[in-house]
Design a binder for this molecule. Structure first.
Ligand code: HEM
Length: 541
């Protein structure tokens, strides 16, 4: 009887529908918890100063994608009152943090850097090409690699690389001269030979040549020869203008790796094939280098030789590191050089003073004078260093980076739950009026010159080192910063020593763009003039 009543009163739904309803109800409960209860009532982050407003559901999710990268964050730094940490909400109220003070940055980067890791999808994408290179590994493996690679980037090792940086910088000016003035030189009213060049095209070639010789011990000579096999594979894999590369990267970042492999099958297979080829070429380079070291060949100062001498890495590990140096150390310096050229084109007075300083202190062929200390001179010229440092401040080529808390931890006493995403913007910190004053966004190289001594200073007049975040700080800072600054000094000195430059179109305002590093979106077309004879040798006083 009871059974009969139940049978009639229960709806005649199949079991799977009931299950589906249970799952649906759970999903609604879970979504309510994630989207409403946790962020508004339970999250330990909810009391932090917050960026208000935003779009429904996505809130401020686009904040970290908007170009120029980091510029919107600068605005957030300026407008949201805070004590070093700002909370913002993204898709479905997910929470992320922006660090704005030198204290919170020092805490995460130096006090407990291994509590924070690089976001996994990006690191996995990179490791496809770079294997387990320094830039992508975490924890103890990172500590081991960093400790054993550091000596290759020591002050002494970099000093030994200056002659390479100089000779490639001079080769750049010669190549540009041939291309620009060689065929049909134009002479302007003052009698100077004039021409037009997009320095964007040449700058990534010269920095690739530099990292080739100074890093791998191989002269690609891309300045003159455009068909090196390694360079061709490398360019294909890293080409930021390739739509397929962009889509693949976007899908990986969204956690859709498997879908990406099917959707872009042939491109994906091509990448794998080229990556394998790259690895074979690098392995052969390592074999050759080993043999030449065994044969007692002297004089190799490149990074690979010093890594081989350390005897701490297998051949496969070395391949990962070589590819890492190529990837991390090529476009970054080349972009910075382009921004120096831009700033000097629009600040003619500084350009003139700099040329005087360079020509008065550096012979065009320093190698002809054994007494001349090129590294010492380039590192001590006040205006040269001031111009390089001020450009690195205003145009950090990695304008935005992020971390994820690997465990429950703290930042300056604020509790940070595991999994919290944290953004740090070198662009925003380097331009912050709180740290640099009202003229924070102006190009003022003199900040970097000590008023009393006239010598370069280390902080640009700011209160501490953390006011410049271009290379970050601590154990995950850029290991190649000494290398990059050496390249930049040589490039700027050789280029400005040789040419008078101005913008081809005086009203051109370059827009920084790029996926990870920033370059001017439409290149850097210049009008250049060869400046009269540069003394070949200067008698060093
Ligand atoms: C102006 C030029 C450069 C800039 C602005 C720059 C900037 C940076 C930044 C911001 C990071 C940290 C990224 C992060 O953790 O999110 C980094 C890491 C790194 N950079 Fe550079 N870089 C430059 C040149 C170079 C060069 C020339 C090399 C090598 C020859 C290099 C090798 C590396 C490596 C290996 C790392 C990973 C370090 C680690 O995690 O321990 N970089 N760089």
């Amino acid at each position: 009887m009871l059974l009969a009543i139940c049978h009639h009163s229960l709806p005649a739904w199949p079991l799977n529908l009931i299950l589906a309803q249970l799952v649906g109800a759970n999903l609604v409960l879970f979504a309510t918890y994630k989207v409403v209860l946790y962020p508004y009532l339970l999250s330990p982050l909810r009391h932090l100063p917050r960026l208000k407003g935003g779009y429904p559901l996505i809130n401020h999710a686009l904040l970290t994608f908007q170009r120029p990268l980091g510029d919107r964050l600068l605005n957030v730094h300026k407008t949201v009152p805070n004590n070093g940490i700002i909370l913002f909400r993204g898709f479905f109220n997910s929470e992320s943090l922006i660090l704005t003070s030198t204290a919170t940055l020092a805490d995460i980067l130096v006090a407990h850097p291994y509590d924070f890791e690089k976001p996994r999808p990006g690191a996995e994408f990179l490791s496809r090409v770079l294997g387990k290179g320094l830039i992508v590994v975490e924890g103890d493996l990172h500590k081991f690699q960093r400790k054993n690679i550091m000596p290759s980037f020591s002050f002494r090792s970099i000093k030994n690389l200056y002659p390479i940086f100089w000779s490639k910088s001079v080769a750049l000016t010669e190549r540009i001269s041939t291309e620009t003035f060689g065929v049909s030189p134009t002479v302007d009213g003052s009698g100077a030979v004039t021409g037009y060049v997009d320095v964007n095209f040449w700058s990534s070639k010269v920095t690739l040549d530099m990292i080739g010789i100074a890093g791998l011990g191989r002269d690609f000579n891309v300045l003159s020869n455009f068909d090196d096999e390694l360079v061709e594979h490398y360019d294909f894999i890293t080409d930021p203008s390739s739509i397929q590369n962009r889509i693949l990267f976007g899908l990986w970042m969204a956690g859709l790796k498997s879908f990406a492999k099917v959707f872009l099958r042939s491109h994906d297979q091509n990448l794998t094939r080229r990556t394998n080829q790259l690895r074979i070429i690098c392995k052969n380079l390592i074999m050759e280098k080993k043999q030449s070291l065994k044969a007692g060949s002297e004089g190799s100062k490149d990074l690979l030789s010093t890594l081989l001498e350390s005897n701490m890495f297998s051949d496969d590990d070395l391949v990962d590191q070589l590819l890492t140096f190529l990837a991390a150390g090529h476009e970054t310096t080349s972009s910075t050089f382009i921004w120096v050229v831009y700033l000097l084109s629009i600040h003619k007075d500084i350009q003139l003073q700099l040329r005087e300083e360079i020509r008065a202190n550096i012979p065009h062929n320093p190698e002809a004078n054994a007494e001349f200390d090129l590294a010492e001179t380039l590192e001590s010229l006040p205006l040269l260093n001031a111009v390089c440092n001020e450009t690195l401040r205003l145009y950090p080529t990695v304008p935005l980076t992020s971390r994820v808390a690997a465990r429950d931890t703290t930042i300056c006493d604020a509790h940070i739950p595991k999994g919290t995403r944290i953004f740090m913007s070198p662009w925003a910190i380097n331009r912050s009026p709180d740290l640099w004053g009202a003229d924070s966004e102006e190009f003022k190289p003199e900040r970097w010159i000590d008023e009393k001594t006239g010598k370069p200073n280390k902080t640009g007049g700011a209160t501490n080192n953390y006011c410049v975040m271009t290379f970050l700080h601590g154990p995950r800072s850029c290991i190649g910063q000494g290398f990059a600054k050496g390249e930049l000094r040589a490039l700027v000195a050789a280029f400005i020593g040789a040419f008078d430059i101005e913008l081809e179109n005086p009203s051109y305002v370059p827009v920084p763009s790029g996926i990870v590093t920033t370059k001017p979106h439409d290149g850097m077309p210049l009008k250049i003039k060869r400046v009269g004879e540069w003394a070949s040798t200067i008698i060093w006083k």
